[in-house]
Write a protein that binds this ligand. Structure first.
Ligand code: ASP
Length: 416
């Protein structure tokens, strides 16, 4: 059966609901449409694309690549930065923990030149799970290891055991625990001067939220969270964040690799794996075509096998942006375009084709006006660009009801 590009685009659903997607702005720096990506020429330049939290590490990785460094090792250099950073609470050390207060990390990688892949899920006590995912294919005949077995494997090949829970992440988790538990014994009891009676049902929602946020900020202070981070902590409690890093890399020889690493969804159930350790969802690289990866709602991305779908779309001739938009439309289709539900999720894809063309696309514009989804690219020049959204508007606004009281905003240097 032949399948033309036009047919392909036509069969993508939800055109009506997805404002602006057909007339979407051309992807940044796409090098033109190729009917058969596998026939693309060798790229003229090396390219690294990654999530915004990799910015500080891309320059060094690019230099390493230019000096002949391996594409996967370059990607690992990028993602290891946030893994080692205790202040990035979406990846590695200091990641927000599961609902029991234990940090569990996921990662996977694909090495294009040797067509190998490795993955680890729900790993405790090991910081650099990106490197462990590579070690899986270097030291075993397996592709995926999870949980205790993955941890023991990491120790066996030389990774140190480390407590991944920083004090800040522990306090945010405790605040979350208290916020969600007015029916258990967590939080101040009635004998405690900080105890609050439940708000009367008659109060307007707007006032209830104002009060709630104020109380949570106060409680964050009592738990020892620094003043300038209290509002950010409260935001994480009310709207548990996602956050991850993916990096795709191409060198001048046309070799490609991809890698994704994360602490996953904050306060998840123990043992939950998102898309990040799933080859084909959180990351997929085909040496003949391109590489893609994802950050955002892991459950949704698994259901559309996002990274694999995108690479296959490029194989059939779609540009990086078209390929990514199609994967996003499949997520929209899975909810029959129900915007109420779709507002509670977000998804960003990072896409790199073998000829150096790239794009990043996202479901929503960002989480609030003035905060668009950004990604990092280096193709000789390091820069940030804004990802192209499928839908107009923002994922669930926070706070859901009115604005944050001004006096709380004043001290806040970092809200998200
Ligand atoms: N995709 C990750 C997960 O679901 C989270 C994220 O990207 O923010 O675990």
């Amino acid at each position: 059966m032949t399948f033309s590009r036009r047919d392909f685009v036509k069969t993508s659903v939800m055109g009506a609901v997805a404002a602006g997607m057909d007339g979407a702005q051309p992807a940044t720096a796409e090098a033109g449409h190729l009917e058969h990506a596998s026939q693309s020429e060798t790229p003229k330049r090396s390219v690294i694309i990654c999530a915004h939290n990799g910015h500080a590490y891309v320059e060094a990785a690019y230099a390493f690549l230019k000096n002949g460094g391996d594409t996967l090792d370059a990607g690992i250099q990028v993602v290891k930065g946030p893994e080692d950073d205790p202040n990035d609470d979406s990846v590695g050390l200091g990641g927000l923990p599961n609902e029991e207060g234990v940090v569990e990390l996921d990662a996977c990688c694909m090495h294009g030149p040797t067509r190998r892949a490795g993955s680890v899920g729900a790993v405790r006590n090991i910081i650099n799970v990106s490197m462990v995912s590579k070690a899986v294919f270097e030291h075993t005949g397996h592709v995926m290891l999870v949980g205790e077995g993955a941890e023991r494997f990491a120790v066996a090949v030389g990774f140190p055991r480390v407590n991944l829970l920083t004090e800040r992440s522990r306090k945010i988790w405790l605040l979350w625990k208290e916020y969600n538990s007015d029916r258990d014994w967590w939080g101040p009891g009635m004998a405690d001067p900080h105890w609050h009676p439940p708000a009367p049902d008659s109060k307007p929602q707007a006032e209830l939220w104002q009060e709630k946020i104020q109380q949570l900020c106060q409680r964050a202070g009592e738990l020892g969270i620094e003043p300038e981070f209290q509002l950010a902590a409260v935001r994480r409690v009310i709207f548990p964040p996602t956050g991850t890093i993916h990096c795709s890399v191409l060198n001048e020889k046309g070799e490609m690799s991809g890698i994704t690493t994360t602490s996953g969804l904050a306060f998840k159930l123990p043992g939950r794996c998102g898309d990040s350790p799933i080859i084909g969802a959180g990351c997929y690289t085909d040496q003949d075509v391109g590489s893609a990866g994802a950050t955002g709602a892991g459950e949704e991305n698994i259901k559309v096998a996002g990274a694999h779908t995108i690479v296959e779309n490029m194989r059939r001739g779609l540009s990086p942006q078209e390929a990514g938009m199609d994967a996003l439309k499949r997520i929209v289709r899975n909810y029959n375009g129900d915007m109420t539900k779709l507002h509670y999720m977000d998804m960003t894809y990072y896409i790199l084709r073998k000829d150096g063309a790239y794009a990043s696309v996202c479901l929503w514009e960002g989480y609030a006006a003035g905060h668009p989804h950004r990604f990092v690219v280096h193709d000789g020049t390091l820069r940030e660009e804004v990802a192209t959204p499928l839908l107009k508007g923002f994922s669930q606004e926070w706070p859901p009801f009115p604005t944050i009281p001004e006096e709380l905003k004043k001290n806040s240097v970092y809200v998200k």
